[in-house]
Design a protein. Structure first.
Length: 299
């Protein structure tokens, strides 16, 4: 991109507008528990704009989890504190050791994404391209801290968000695919809404699930290697059941129809019990229990 730094904060935020009273904001909801520790339960608040994001720079599973950890660590003070810090050793949910964190920090520092946000002044919807992480500093010692910031333009959007996903960290850590995590976040953001379905184009859903440009371009491949495995894992380990049906025009897949339903208490208990078990044998157990998967397109 250009070396010239341009801030769009003024587009989003009028300093004369009162912050309260008004609708509940995502920043009014607090992170709790121990979301950075895979061995404990925690709640991560992720605003709609970061859930329904389209990655220009593709992230893998570890980088997706690491970003959620950094967001969770900063969230309760994100409106008031400019520089956040976290012990590198506490980010073990995304890496078994610190040796790969430097590479992940580099990726996040250079990561661009497209977010769709409403201008609170004009009320118009726009697509913005933003960095996910701002200036940061990593102490070189293994037990050191990572200091980081979020870009001002991104903060201007997410601190005014009025919709969010309440991510259960113990579910997030149990999901072994980046596509599963992204699908899980999408449904967590929507599960409390009155509607229980939404229609997407194939490209829209590819973007929201974080499929890299040029990968899985044939729908049959997208269905086989992204949709079906993500559905199987999310349906097995989360608190809801998701289905994705195809809407065709002739032989071409025109739209994807996503539906979701919260599980009953017994099904939720089964999912919790499975998350508490060893991952050994989980794939076989999930194939024996879950039959709600993406509909295979007709040929």
């Amino acid at each position: 991109m250009s070396e010239v730094s341009v801030s769009l904060v003024g587009v989003f935020e009028d300093p004369e507008l009162p912050k309260r009273p008004g609708p509940l904001l995502a920043t009014d909801i607090k992170v709790n528990g121990q979301p950075l520790d895979p061995g404990h339960m925690g709640r991560i608040i992720k605003p709609r704009e970061l859930v329904d994001i389209v990655e220009i720079t593709p992230l893998n599973r570890s980088e997706t989890i690491l970003y959620n950890q950094l967001l969770a660590n900063a969230w309760n003070n994100i409106r008031d504190v400019a520089v956040h810090k976290v012990l590198k050793a506490s980010l073990r949910g995304s890496h078994d050791s610190n040796d790969r964190l430097e590479e992940a920090f580099d990726t996040l520092m250079g990561a661009w994404a497209k977010i769709r946000a409403r201008d609170p002044i004009s009320g118009t919807w726009s697509t913005f391209r933003v960095h996910l992480l701002g200036t940061n500093k990593e102490e070189e010692r293994k037990d050191g801290y990572f200091y980081y910031t979020f870009p001002a333009d991104l903060l201007a959007v997410i601190t005014q968000s009025k919709a969010w996903a309440t991510i259960k960290s113990h579910i997030m850590y149990s999901l072994r695919s980046k596509y599963s995590i992204r699908l899980y976040e999408m449904i967590e953001r929507r599960i409390g809404m009155a509607k229980q379905s939404e229609e997407f184009t194939v490209d829209e859903l590819r973007g929201m699930l974080g499929v890299p440009e040029g990968k899985l371009e044939r729908f049959a491949d997208f269905n086989k290697y992204c949709l079906k495995p993500a559905l199987q894992e999310v349906n097995f380990l989360s608190d809801f059941v998701v289905d994705i049906g195809v809407v065709k025009r002739g032989r071409a897949v025109e739209k994807l129809f996503v539906t979701w339903l919260r599980k009953d208490p017994d099904e939720m208990r089964n999912a919790f019990d499975e998350r508490e078990k060893s991952r050994v044998g989980r794939h076989a157990r999930s194939r024996g229990r879950i039959d709600v998967i993406a509909h295979t397109p007709e040929h």
